[in-house]
Write a protein that binds this ligand. Structure first.
Ligand code: F6R
Length: 608
């Protein structure tokens, strides 16, 4: 989704804005632009396409001590120069960048057009913001932004500069991410930490309905009533290198290889010397858990797929019934949720609008809300009663990889924790699982060491347009995730199915050389999977099986077998998903796709 940056200081803002925007590219965008104030004249440059298109139209002598920049992911109006941000009022005295959606923009636009005779240039909802601020502007930018925001409904993170206030930057947030970076003689705004990490580690996390007034020397935060707000500085501890490629060709590949570290961090930060799970942000007690009769896991995309595995873990270890739903469905179906429900939101970004709105809906209905989130201080994190961070580090590639395996890890910890708390899990079983969980980082390393096997397979299949993923039990959940990964970065129309469902229709599609990824990691379902593999082989399919070491008999049935280290059936998901991630990556790279920024996709989906 859109990314915003802003700078006010003593240096030339332009390189800061461009560098910041380049670090936000991962969010997904189709046009970019900046606005600066040169000798009390606002100058705006915008270009459809990648940042380099913007760079080519910039005047190299351009210099200004204040500026705003934007990467746009089109919602209202096609990707084009004119629809790109920043937007300005007619006399170009106010320039605005916006991430989010102004829901009542039509009403405001009509009022401005008919009553105030304002003419609009773009098809965007965002342009109304510039005209509204202009309408209210009487020499104090913050004041005008307050008045404009009062008329706006929807979600927004907005940055504004004014021609007549060349040393001031004003920002406001509601339901779209916004952070402030604190520098020396300079201050910044951005949608996300990586945009600013090169310049500062000291951040202020801006909350909903807060306004920020920035000059080079000062940052003031106000609430919606214009009362000053105090905010502690959040010091970013992870390194700038985490947001760089470090020699990998793509962020996606780097992030796949970072999984041992992410999983290790997620586990080890939660275990004390006696191997007891200590979940700092989770305040569940035995009494609270006794009052819970149902768990609802809600998320989108890959996070939802992690939820499917999480459901099995909670049912298995804590013996509490669990439902799992995609957020865009949950929100609109008046689900049975009450004060006896534990609602679990899963989100890498913590800003996915459907997930956030589902969380709010569950809260309204009285549920206790626990979230599994990667981005510290994000909206989902802030609005939850209990919070379990995945320590994956920043995920830049649009396709979620390390976020997924750390979400699985967090679910295992949570399920074990709940099982101990409600007495449904014996100590012996608990320690057996924990012992195995601690081995996961090293076992992931062993899977990754075999990536050349997947590279070779990808080289033989990357042009195959008929791809199916199938599995049973946890493997079925992984099949959905493997197929999504392949679709989103390779653009191959792949399909995932519960292997037992094949015979009920889909097998009609299997023909010579259909490429089947068959996940066969579950001991109790192994024989059933072998039968399913035989069925598709008999119809000409090419089968790539993923199984645990010790399943060598599969070699008689499948064309290729990838072995993951032996582990418990319950935990194998963390290992078995990795070959599917690698497959999607290598196929995408071989097809010449933009792996880290696949078409039409955004990293953080802050619109419905
Ligand atoms: C797929 C992918 C998406 C996200 C989904 C939810 O690789 O990244 O399906 O998982 O958009 O995003 P978060 O986890 O940020 O809520």
């Amino acid at each position: 989704m859109c990314g915003i940056v802003g700078y006010v200081g003593t240096n030339n803002a332009v390189p800061y804005l461009l560098e910041g925007l380049s670090k936000l590219e991962y969010r997904g965008y189709d046009s970019a632009g900046i606005a600066v104030n040169v000798n009390q004249q606002l100058q705006i440059f915008k270009a459809k396409g990648r940042l380099k298109n913007l760079e080519t139209i910039l005047d190299t002598s351009l210099s200004s001590v204040v500026g705003i920049g934007h990467t746009r992911w089109a919602t209202h109006g096609a990707p084009s120069d004119v629809n790109a941000h920043p937007h300005a009022n007619e006399s170009q005295t106010i320039a605005v960048i916006h991430n989010g959606i102004i829901e009542n923009y039509m009403e405001i636009k009509e009022w401005l057009t008919h009553d105030k005779h304002v003419s609009f240039k773009s098809e965007t909802d965002s342009e109304v913001i510039a005209h509204l601020i202009d309408y209210y502007y009487e020499g104090d930018l913050l004041d005008a932004v307050y008045k404009a925001v009062d008329r706006m409904e929807g979600a927004y993170a907005i940055g504004v500069i004014a021609k007549d206030e060349p040393n001031r930057l004003v920002a406001v947030r509601k339901d779209s991410p916004l952070i402030v970076g604190l520098g020396e003689n300079e201050n910044f705004i951005a949608s996300d930490i990586p945009a600013l990490l090169k310049y500062t580690r000291n951040m202020l996390l801006i909350e909903n309905d807060e306004f920020v007034d920035l000059t080079k020397d000062e940052v003031k935060i106000y609430n919606s009533l214009k009362q000053p707000v105090k905010r502690d500085i959040y010091e970013v501890t992870w390194d700038i290198d985490s947001a760089e490629k470090e020699g990998f060709e793509h962020f996606t590949l780097k992030e796949i290889f970072e999984q041992p570290k992410g999983v290790k961090e997620t586990i080890l930060r939660r275990l004390n010397a006696k191997d007891e799970i200590v979940l700092e942000g989770v305040h569940l007690t035995k009494e609270i858990l006794e009052g819970i009769n149902k768990v609802y896991i809600v998320a989108c995309g890959t996070a939802y797929h992690a939820g499917l595995v999480g459901r099995r873990a909670i049912e298995q270890f804590a013996k509490i019934p669990v439902e799992c739903d995609v957020a865009s469905e949950f929100r609109y179906r008046d689900p049975f949720v009450d004060e006896h429900t534990l609602f679990i939101a899963v989100s890498q970004s913590g800003e996915t609008l459907d997930t956030l709105q589902s969380l709010r809906e569950a809260k309204r209905k009285g549920a206790r809300v626990l979230s599994i989130v990667n981005v510290v201080g994000s909206s989902v994190a802030r609005e939850s009663d209990d919070l379990l961070y995945t320590w994956a580090g920043p995920e830049i590639g649009v396709a979620s990889t390390k976020a997924y395996t750390t979400q699985l890890t967090a679910f295992y910890l949570l399920a074990l924790f709940m099982g101990q708390l409600n007495g449904k899990l014996s100590d012996a079983r608990y320690h057996e699982v924990i012992k195995e969980l601690k081995l996961m980082p090293e076992k992931i390393e062993r899977v990754l060491a075999k990536s050349p096997e997947i590279q070779k397979l990808a080289a033989s299949q990357f042009n195959n347009e008929k791809v199916f993923f199938m599995g049973r039990g946890i493997d079925c959940d992984l099949a959905y995730e493997g197929s999504l990964k392949l679709k989103e970065i390779s653009y191959i129309n792949s399909f995932a199915i519960a292997a037992g469902e094949l015979k009920h229709g889909t097998i009609a599609l299997i023909e010579d050389d259909t490429f089947i990824v068959a996940l066969a990691s579950q001991s109790n379902l192994y024989d059933k999977m072998v039968s399913n593999i035989k069925e598709v082989k008999a119809r000409g399919a090419h089968v790539f099986a993923i199984a645990k070491e010790g399943s060598e008999q599969l070699e008689k049935t499948a064309d290729e077998v990838f072995y993951v280290p032996n582990t418990m059936d319950e935990l194998v998901s963390i290992l078995a998903v990795i070959p599917t991630q690698l497959l999607a990556y290598y196929v995408s790279a071989l097809r010449g796709n933009d792996v880290d920024k696949p078409r039409n996709l955004a990293k953080s989906v802050t619109v419905e």
